[in-house]
Design a protein around this ligand. Structure first.
Ligand code: SAM
Length: 178
C-alpha cells in the first residue's frame, strides 16, 4: 500500500501518523454494494484532530476510555489507549466491558443511518456517571442526535476551529477530565 506519513502537532508533542496516501484508491465495489462501505477510516478528519488536541496533555487519571468510529484513532493515540475492531451495531464487546468513564467519537454522524445505532448504544456504555466527547463539523444529523440526548444529559459545547467538541455528561456526573 502507498503510505504517507503526517505529523500532527498536539499540545507540546507531535504525533506521527502513517496513512494511505489515496483513500479513494481503497474503494471496493463489492464492499460498497454490501453496506455502502466507504474507506473513510483512511483519512485524517478535522474532527479527529480537534478531539485529539482537546485531549492531549489532559490527565485521565486512570479513567476507562473508549473511542467509537476511530478511523486512524488519533484521539485514542492521544489518550494512549488499547484498540479493538468493533462494529457499533454489534457492540457486545464494548457493552461487556462497560461502564466506561469517557467515550470519544469524532465525525461519526456523517450519515443519518448512524444516529439510531449510536443512540441505542450510548446508554449501554455508561453506569450512572460518564461522559461522551463528540467532535463534529456540523453534519446534518447532529441536531437530531443532540436533541435525542436532551433528557438525562448535561451538555457543554466548545468551538475548536471548524469543528465543535460537544461534551455530554450523564446528568449528575462529575467531569472525567478537565
Ligand atoms: C468520517 S470517519 C471519522 C474517522 C475518525 N473518527 C476521524 O475523525 O478522523 C467515520 C468513521 O466511522 C467509522 N464507522 C462507520 N460506521 C461504523 C460502525 N457501524 N461501527 C464502527 N465504526 C463505524 C468509519 O469506519 C470511519 O472510521
Amino acid at each position: 500500500m502507498d503510505l504517507v506519513e503526517e505529523s500532527v502537532p498536539l499540545r507540546g508533542v507531535a504525533l506521527s501518523v502513517l496513512r494511505p496516501r489515496d483513500a479513494e484508491a481503497l474503494l471496493d465495489e463489492h464492499a460498497f454494494e454490501h453496506e455502502e462501505y466507504l474507506p473513510y477510516w483512511a483519512e485524517l478528519w478535522p474532527s479527529g484532530v480537534a478531539l485529539a488536541r482537546r485531549l492531549a496533555g489532559r490527565s485521565l487519571r486512570g479513567a476507562r476510555v473508549l473511542e467509537l468510529g476511530c478511523g486512524l484513532g488519533l484521539p485514542s493515540l492521544a489518550a494512549a489507549l488499547e484498540t479493538a475492531l468493533v462494529d457499533w451495531a454489534e457492540p457486545s464487546l464494548l457493552v461487556e466491558r462497560a461502564p466506561w468513564d469517557l467515550v470519544l467519537a469524532a465525525d461519526v454522524l456523517y450519515e443519518r443511518r448512524n444516529v439510531a445505532p449510536l443512540l441505542d448504544l450510548l446508554p449501554r456504555l455508561f453506569a450512572e456517571r460518564g461522559e461522551l466527547w463528540l467532535a463534529d463539523p456540523g453534519r446534518a444529523p447532529l441536531d437530531d442526535f443532540l436533541a435525542a440526548l436532551a433528557d438525562g444529559w448535561k451538555r457543554r459545547d466548545e468551538a475548536a476551529g471548524r469543528v465543535a467538541v460537544h461534551r455530554l455528561m450523564r446528568a449528575g456526573a462529575h467531569s472525567a477530565a478537565q
